[in-house]
Design a protein around this ligand. Structure first.
Ligand SMILES: [Zn+2]
Length: 169
């Protein structure tokens, strides 16, 4: 390991490791941050009690690492922000959210690039990895979701509108 770097998405200080990803390059995360995310998902998959936390974490992490403007990144950010909106404002669980989000990518759908706010919240994947119990884990994922959604407030209205449109389909 040759030091640390700031993740361009969440701002976490992560190990400066070599890029190993072949895909997901539209995600604006440092390789070391992505490695932490992979570790998080692995931990959540090992505990059935963390299923909801896992489904929410995917939306939170992706919304916190929007990357740069481009069709794939844009559609991804939209989908995950709608997921956050459905979870936090509509009270959807992971399954219901996934069902609604599947409708986002309609063939004629367009995805304007949402300019990310300067800060995407103070909570990062490292804070979730630092938890010791499932209860703490779930509570902190919830706080992570709330903080990232709050950071996206400048675009909340348009995201809410689109989420509402999906729910009413
Ligand atoms: Zn990051």
């Amino acid at each position: 390991m040759s030091g640390t770097m700031l993740c361009p998405g969440c701002g976490a200080v992560v190990p400066d490791v070599t890029e190993l990803r072949a895909d997901h390059l539209y995600v604006g995360a440092a390789p070391g941050c992505w490695a932490s995310y992979t570790e998080l998902i692995g931990r959540q998959m090992a505990d059935p009690g963390l299923l909801e936390a896992r489904m929410l974490s995917v939306d939170v992490y992706m919304a916190q690492h929007p990357g740069v403007a481009g069709r794939q990144a844009s559609q991804s950010v939209w989908g995950h922000l709608i997921g956050l909106c459905l979870a936090l404002e509509f009270g959807f669980d992971g399954i219901a959210s996934a069902r609604a989000k599947a409708l986002v990518a309609a063939p004629n759908a367009t995805f304007d690039w949402l300019e990310p706010p300067a800060s995407l919240g103070p909570v990062t994947v490292l804070d979730i990895l630092a938890t010791m119990t499932p209860e703490e884990h779930r509570a902190r994922v919830e706080r992570w979701a709330v903080s990232v959604w709050a950071a996206w407030a400048p675009h909340a209205e348009e995201i809410r509108k689109r989420a509402k449109g999906l729910v009413e389909q």
